[in-house]
Design a protein around this ligand. Structure first.
Ligand code: SF4
Length: 475
């Protein structure tokens, strides 16, 4: 831990009543000593993130409401990450990236992770090259939620707004992070502020540690299964307890990412040495703002709900069609599958692919299986890390997985029909390491998506049926 990176200049919070982690961050951002659930408060944003799907609309709202010549409130706090509909020949999708580039140039926005290197160019996907070979420039960053921490934009104690529902993933970093719509985002662009109702907090106390074959995805699928896909509507989901210490930052990101799948306003984890290590390294590497002030839990916090989750007892879990709350244990299912998919902000990190490849190593998949890394950095990790004579990437390709170097959202959100891995046929049953499975999410609206961990997706790809990975673990 590097204590020099903490801010010491902010006034100490004087607690009138014990606050949860979320309440503490919101109180500070509102300039108040204390807040409680239900309070409506104006908070100052630290970062606003937008992408190619919602960015053009947000820019339109901003220009309409603040004027054609208006300037954003702070050009160093706006982060723009094209990632969704990128590797497609759809001209309207390509044009969205150009709209972002023009706005960035006009405003002098510092953090734009463009698909191409030429600031005066335009983005055109080359379908003739095929959808496996990389087609991006040196600044492209991949999926926004994975790129934000990797590029040093997530900091403990801060407020992150993003025009994407899975913005809650940054709660892994002891940050208040939530998705907002284009209208709110247009307002934040102009003012740097937003009116927020302080959410009630649900507590998920983690104990023990995950056993082999059980992953962070199983933790969050278990929790959502307990409360249902609307069980945390407009509430903060606070994950704490002694079990947190054993979870990597990737694990915490996976768990926080899916708070929205229970309707949560945000997710939040406590700050510890792992958080500090990750954040300090990333802000240093990328030269972003280094100082931050984490929040710590008060004693006697008030929760509207409490659940103890014994990580030792969790088993590989699946969320069945048609929503993320349809929980079953993998071992209790014997359903035939047509396809497997690993990727997205939730399931496309290096650690996800490592567990996926560990199960597949030396074997062959028996159904169509697609792999989409979340970021170019993850592509590099997988292509340069050797297990014996093979890279992790080669292990997956040898097993028959169709891997693309074009990191991004790909088929997680369906996308245009030429999107890599998209389900274009009715009736397909797909097991996926993504985060959402409402009808039509990955393409055809008559297809069915079953959410699971990368290990469970891998084991299922080997058998063609939903399969508990614990009988397939490699070294
Ligand atoms: S990978 Fe999927 S969930 Fe994540 S930002 Fe992209 S579309 Fe959304």
């Amino acid at each position: 831990m590097n204590p020099c990176s903490r801010l010491n200049s902010s006034p100490a919070l004087v607690n009138i009543r014990p606050m949860t982690l979320t309440e503490k961050i919101l109180a500070r951002a509102a300039g108040k000593a204390s807040v409680q659930a239900g309070d409506n408060i104006w908070v100052n944003a630290d970062v606003l993130m937008t992408h190619d799907v919602c960015g053009p609309g947000t820019i339109g709202v901003f220009k309409r409401e603040f004027g054609r010549d208006a300037k954003v409130w702070d050009k160093t706090r706006v982060v723009i990450i094209p990632d969704h509909y990128i590797f497609t020949a759809d001209s309207k999708s390509n044009r969205n990236v150009d709209i972002l580039r023009e706005f960035v140039k006009e405003q002098g926005i510092e953090y734009f992770y463009d698909v191409i290197d030429d600031p005066n160019g335009s983005w055109v996907y080359d379908a003739a090259k095929g959808n496996r070979q990389r087609q991006y420039g040196s600044r492209y960053a991949g999926v926004c939620h994975t790129a934000l921490p990797a590029k040093g934009h997530t900091r403990p104690g801060e407020i992150l707004f993003g025009t994407d529902s899975h913005t809650c993933m940054a709660g892994a970093f002891n940050q208040f992070a939530t998705g907002i719509g284009n209208t709110d985002a247009g307002f934040v662009l102009g003012t740097g502020k937003l009116l927020i109702k302080v959410p009630e907090t649900m507590r998920f106390r983690l104990e023990g540690r995950l056993q082999p074959g059980v992953m962070a995805k199983d933790v969050i699928l278990h929790c959502i299964g307990e409360i249902g896909f609307d069980g945390a509507t407009y509430r903060a989901m606070q994950f704490d307890g002694p079990g947190v210490a054993s979870l990597s930052m990737d694990d915490r990101m996976t768990i926080a990412n899916m708070a929205i799948e229970a309707g949560g306003k945000n997710a939040i984890f406590p700050f510890d040495s792992r958080t500090a290590e990750y954040v300090d390294a990333r802000v240093k590497l990328n030269g972003t703002k280094a100082g931050y002030q984490p929040v710590e839990a008060d004693r006697d916090q008030t929760f509207v709900y409490e659940l103890v989750v014994d990580l030792d007892q969790l088993e590989p879990t699946v969320a069945c069609h048609p929503d993320p709350g349809q929980r079953k244990k993998a071992k209790d299912m014997d359903m035939k599958l047509d396809r497997a998919y690993v990727g997205s902000c939730t399931g496309g990190k290096t650690s996800d692919f490592v567990e996926f490849a560990r199960v597949l190593r030396g074997k062959k998949v028996v159904i169509d299986t697609f792999g989409v890394p979340a970021t170019p950095e993850i592509v590099r990790d997988l292509q340069t890390t050797y297990w014996g004579s093979q890279t992790i990437w080669d292990v997956m390709v040898s097993a028959g997985v169709q891997m693309t170097e074009n990191a991004g959202c790909a088929a997680c959100l369906g996308g245009p029909v030429d999107t890599f891995g998209r389900i274009n046929k009715s009736g397909i049953k797909c097991i996926s390491a993504t985060n959402r499975n409402f009808p039509g999410r990955m393409g055809d609206k008559e297809s069915q998506v079953f959410l699971a961990s990368p290990a469970t997706v891998a084991a299922s790809a080997l058998t063609g049926r939903v399969t508990d990975p614990r009988g397939h673990l490699g070294n």
